[in-house]
Write a protein that binds this ligand. Structure first.
Ligand SMILES: Nc1ncnc2c1ncn2[C@@H]1O[C@H](COP(=O)(O)OP(=O)(O)OP(=O)(O)O)[C@@H](O)[C@H]1O
Length: 633
C-alpha cells in the first residue's frame, strides 16, 4: 500500500540520497514529493535523474515499490549491482539507469520483467556477455547498453522488434545478427563487431572486397602485399607534396590580401569614435551610461567611410552594399539614412565590436553592433549572416538587418530595454535594485535554455559560441532572450577578452571552434552564476577570483549546503528542492568531458520539470516530460 511505498522511498533516500532529496517527511503522502507520481494510491513513477544519488542500492526497497511502472535513476553516481528485489516490480515498463557506475553482469532477473518497453543501461560499467534471455522481453522497444564493458558477441534477438538500439563502445566482437543490421553504424561503433552497416566480416562471401580494410575490427585485417604497401607510401608522399605546394600558394595569396585590408583600415581609423570618454561602458555593469551622449558623433562613426562618399569611391562593393539588408518579410521601417541621423549612445564594447543604442527620428529604438576584425570574405559573411538572420524564436534577440561594406559591418537588433542578466545580477546593489527571487531567476534560466535549444535544433553544426550573462537580455516583463548568436563565425581570429574565458569549455582551445556541447558547458556556468550570484572568472587570469564550476563542486562534494546560493535568493525563501536540482543540472552541464554533458533539449526539459510548480508560463510541461521520458538519453 501507499504506506509501505512511502517507507521504501524514505529508505531509498537514507541509503543513497543523503540530503539531496529534500522530501518533506512530515507529509503523510509521498505523492507530492519531487519525482514521485501515484495512481490508485500507489507509487507508479519514480524519477530522480541527476540528483547526485550515490552509493549502492540496497535490497529490500524496490521489493515494496511493486506498482512502479517508470523508474528513472539516470545520471547519478550509483554503483554496485542492481538490487535483485527489483524483480518484484513486475509492472515496470520504463527503466532508466544510464549514466551511473553500476557494474557486474546484466542481471538475469531483469528478464522476468515481461512488461519492459524501454531499458537504458548505457554509460555504466556493466561487463560480461549480453544475455540471450533478452528474448524473454517480447515488448521491449528500446535497448540502450552503449558505453559499458560488455564482451562476447551479440546474441540473436529474434523475439524482439526494437525501435531503438545501441551497443557502441563495448568490447563486443563477432558479426551483427541479421535482425539488428537495419540499425545505423553509429549504434555499433567502438566495438570489434562486423557485418551489416559496418561492412563485411572476414570470410563472408569468401574474401573481403579488394582494397577493403575493416577499420572497425581488431584482428580482422587482411595482410597487404609489399607491392601494395610501397604503392600506398609513394602515393602518400606525392599527395603530401602537392598539398604543401598548394598551402604555400594560398598562404601567399592570403597575406597579400591582408595587407591591402590594412591600408584601407588606416583610411578610416577607429579614432573616429569620439575620445572624450572611453567608449567602453563596462559591459559587466550593463553598459548603460546615461548622460554620456555620443549621439551624432557615434552615429557618424558607425558608418565611417561608407554612406554617400562610398557611393562614389567604392566601386568594388557588391551591388546593394550601400543598403541595409533586412531579414524576413517585415516591412523596412527605416533605412541607412535614418540610422545615420539617429542619436546614438554607446552600450558597451564586446568581443566582436561596440554596441550602440540608436533612437531613430520615428522613435524606434534599435541596438546597433559595429563589428571589428571581420576577416572572412564578403561572400562568407553574407552567407553566415543569412543563417543568423533566419533564426526566429521568442527567446532570441532578433537580428533585423545588417550593413556590409569593405570598411564597415553593422548589425541591427531589437533594443532590449531592461539590459542584460549580467547587469541585473551584478549591477546596482543599492536601493532601486530589482529583487531577484527564485521565480525570476528560474524563468530567465528556462527562457535562455529554450533559446539555445532552438539554435541547436537548427542543425548539428549550429551553436551559439558565446553564451554568457551579458548576452542574455531582458524584456520589460523580465523574459529573457539570447543575443549575439553566430557572431563567432562572422569574425576572423581575434583576441578574446578575459571575461569570456570563465564560460569557455575546457576543450575549446580556439574560441571560434565552438560546439553544442561547449554551449552546454557555458550554459552550466551561466546557471551557476544565476544561482550563486557570482560572476565567473578564470582561475588562470585572476587568482583571486572564483572558477565557478570548481568552487561549487568543491562545496557540493563536502556536503549540500546553502552556502553556494546567492544570499539575495535566500532572502526570499529557504533552499528548496528545485534550487538544488537546478544546481545539480548546472554541475552536470559544466562537466569536464563533453560526452557527459546533457544536450540542450535535455537541459530544457529538466528545467521545465523543476519549474513546473513555480513558473506560470511553463508551456505544456507534461508533454515535454513524456518526451524526455521516452527519449531519456
Ligand atoms: N539588443 C540589445 N539591447 C540592449 N542592450 C544590448 C543589446 N545588445 C547588446 N547590449 C548590451 O550592450 C553591451 C555590449 O554588448 P556586446 O554584445 O557588444 O558585448 P558583450 O555582450 O559584453 O560581449 P560580446 O561581444 O562578447 O558578446 C552589453 O552590456 C550588452 O548587454
Amino acid at each position: 500500500d501507499l504506506g509501505s511505498d512511502r517507507a521504501a522511498l524514505l529508505a531509498l533516500r537514507s541509503a543513497v540520497g543523503g540530503r539531496t532529496l529534500l522530501w518533506n517527511a512530515t507529509l503523510q503522502t509521498p505523492c507530492n514529493w519531487a519525482g514521485v507520481k501515484c495512481e490508485n494510491n500507489r507509487v507508479t513513477v519514480l524519477r530522480l535523474p541527476g540528483v547526485a544519488l550515490s552509493g549502492e542500492l540496497p535490497n529490500g526497497i524496490f521489493g515494496n515499490l511493486t506498482a512502479l511502472r517508470t523508474l528513472s535513476l539516470r545520471l547519478n553516481a550509483l554503483k554496485g549491482s542492481i538490487p535483485s528485489d527489483l524483480a518484484a516490480c513486475t509492472s515496470l515498463r520504463n527503466l532508466y539507469l544510464q549514466g551511473n557506475l553500476f557494474s557486474g553482469q546484466i542481471p538475469e532477473f531483469l528478464f522476468i520483467l515481461h512488461d519492459l518497453v524501454r531499458l537504458n543501461l548505457a554509460s555504466n560499467n556493466f561487463s560480461g556477455e549480453i544475455p540471450a534471455s533478452f528474448n524473454n522481453l517480447t515488448r521491449l522497444k528500446t535497448l540502450y547498453i552503449e558505453n559499458n564493458q560488455l564482451s562476447g558477441s551479440i546474441p540473436e534477438l529474434k523475439a524482439l522488434s526494437l525501435d531503438q538500439f545501441n551497443v557502441s563502445n563495448n568490447l563486443l566482437n563477432g558479426s551483427i545478427p541479421a535482425k539488428l543490421q537495419t540499425f545505423t553504424k553509429e549504434c555499433f561503433l567502438g566495438t570489434s563487431l562486423c557485418g551489416g552497416p559496418l561492412g563485411l566480416c572476414p570470410g563472408d562471401n569468401g574474401t573481403l572486397p579488394t582494397g577493403e580494410v575493416n577499420i572497425n575490427g581488431n584482428g580482422n585485417k587482411r595482410k597487404l602485399s609489399g607491392g601494395v604497401i610501397a604503392g600506398i607510401v609513394i602515393g602518400c608522399v606525392v599527395a603530401s607534396l602537392i598539398i604543401l605546394v598548394l598551402l604555400i600558394f594560398f598562404c601567399r595569396k592570403r597575406s597579400q590580401k591582408t595587407s591591402s585590408v590594412d591600408v584601407t583600415a588606416l583610411k578610416h581609423p577607429e579614432s573616429e569614435i569620439p575620445r572624450d570618454k572611453p567608449a567602453s561602458a563596462d559591459a559587466e555593469n550593463g553598459g548603460y551610461n546615461n548622460g554620456y551622449s555620443v549621439a551624432a558623433a557615434a552615429a557618424a562613426a558607425m558608418t565611417a567611410g561608407n554612406g554617400k562618399n562610398e557611393a562614389n569611391n567604392n566601386s568594388a562593393a557588391a551591388p546593394g552594399a550601400k543598403k541595409l539588408v533586412f531579414f524576413g518579410n517585415a516591412p523596412r521601417v527605416f533605412d541607412l539614412e535614418d540610422l545615420l541621423r539617429a542619436s546614438a549612445e554607446v552600450l558597451g564594447k564586446g568581443t566582436f565590436g561596440t554596441a550602440y543604442k540608436a533612437v531613430l527620428d520615428t522613435g524606434t529604438v534599435v541596438a546597433v553592433k559595429r563589428l571589428k576584425d571581420v576577416t572572412i570574405t564578403e561572400k562568407e559573411f553574407r552567407e553566415n549572416i543569412e543563417t543568423v538572420g533566419a533564426m526566429d524564436h521568442e527567446n532570441l534577440v532578433p537580428l533585423r538587418a545588417y550593413y556590409y561594406s569593405r570598411d564597415e559591418k553593422l548589425l541591427v537588433y531589437d533594443y532590449m530595454p531592461m539590459g542584460s542578466l549580467s547587469a541585473l545580477l551584478h549591477g546596482n546593489k543599492g536601493a532601486g535594485r530589482t529583487p531577484l527571487n527564485w521565480e525570476i531567476r528560474s524563468r530567465i534560466a528556462h527562457n535562455a535554455a529554450r533559446g539555445i535549444e532552438y539554435l541547436h535544433s537548427q542543425g548539428p553544426n549550429i551553436s551559439h559560441g558565446n553564451i554568457k550573462s551579458s548576452n542574455i537580455l531582458l524584456t520589460k516583463s523580465y523574459n529573457a532572450r539570447v543575443s549575439d548568436f553566430g557572431l563567432a563565425h562572422l569574425v576572423g581570429p581575434s583576441s578574446t577578452p578575459n571575461r569570456v574565458a570563465g564560460y569557455r569549455a575546457p576543450e575549446v582551445t580556439d574560441p571560434r571552434r565552438v560546439s553544442q556541447k561547449a554551449d552546454v558547458y557555458s550554459f552550466g556556468v551561466l546557471l551557476l552564476e544565476i544561482l550563486t550570484g557570482k560572476p565567473p572568472t578564470h582561475a588562470l587570469l585572476n587568482e583571486e577570483g572564483v572558477d565557478l564550476p570548481r568552487w561549487v563542486q568543491s562545496i557540493v562534494k563536502e556536503e549540500w549546503t546553502s552556502e553556494v546560493f546567492d544570499l539575495e535568493l535566500l532572502r526570499y525563501q529557504n533552499v528548496d528542492e528545485e534550487m538544488v536540482q537546478l544546481l545539480q543540472l548546472a554541475i552536470d552541464c559544466a562537466e569536464q568531458y563533453p560526452d557527459r554533458r546533457p544536450t540542450m533539449s535535455e537541459v530544457t526539459s529538466r528545467i521545465e520539470e523543476l519549474c513546473r510548480s513555480s513558473s506560470r508560463d511553463d508551456p505544456q510541461p507534461d508533454l515535454v516530460k513524456e518526451a524526455s521520458d521516452i527519449s531519456s538519453r
